[in-house]
Design a binder for this molecule. Sequence first.
Ligand code: ZN
Length: 319
Amino acid sequence: MEITFLGTSSGVPTRSRNVSSVALRLPQRAEVWLFDCGEGTQHQLLRSDVKISQITRIFVTHMHGDHIYGLMGLLASCGLAGNAQAIEIYGPPDLADYLKACARYSHVKFSNRVRVYGVNPGILYEDEEFTVSCELLKHRIPAFGYRITEKDRPGRFNIERATALGIPPGPVYGQLKRGETVTLPDGRRIRGKELCGETETGRKVVYCTDTVFCESAIDLAQDADVLIHEATFAHQDAQLAFDRLHSTSTMAAQVALGAGVKQLIMTHFSPRYAPGNDIQLDDLLSEARAIFPHTILSRDFMTYEVPRRNINREIIGVV
Ligand code: ZN
């Protein structure tokens, strides 16, 4: 799982930062899932090494323009490129009407290859490898945070050991691979778990924007490997954050701390903290790190590989 930031500015693009979009690459299935699609996202994709043709799902947090104005352009280009794959889009209920109107007035036909789903808090997507759920955050209009959970995978089945034990090949191997205990025709009971390596713990990535500090973000981000959280404002500008229902760097850090995440990546920065101004993004980083040390700032085209981890080896104490 690899995260690529395509836009990290809030509201308007700057010379170095485009408006919101994040790509999650799932190399094992050659798929890309996009989170938000601000204006110009397709240009950012073209400048990155994320393949537009691999986009299968787009998750939209809310209907503000800096998160959706790039959708129509991207979808139209996917159609023109003869992308045979259907794209599924998840987001607030108004999203379907918005896209239908855009398609109608700009004379674009998607031939049923674009399916739009309105989301509600809870699980919105599940397959054999992943679950995606969402929660309502606290913004000026309904805004959803998304959590992508990779399912745990059973460890590698030790076929050499199974053969050495004289276990006859057949359906019994499938049972043992799943960790089940089976009784062989000769009466021996074999525990599948003993023939499998350690379970690979699934990773969890959470994307929270736009929102002021809220408990539902902490619930959504529980125990995540990576929390991507907006930090539009510096702590000093907290009043602006409360007025506009955005977060400060310290709010993002408090969510990360409360949820016990492994890594916080801040994004969605106000252009007011550009180099040369009194407060700069490094100040936001220091403020956040004072509360949650494992914090980094995102920048456009930054890629972050989500590391694998294994709960079976968790340190429970140091002596
Ligand atoms: Zn917004």
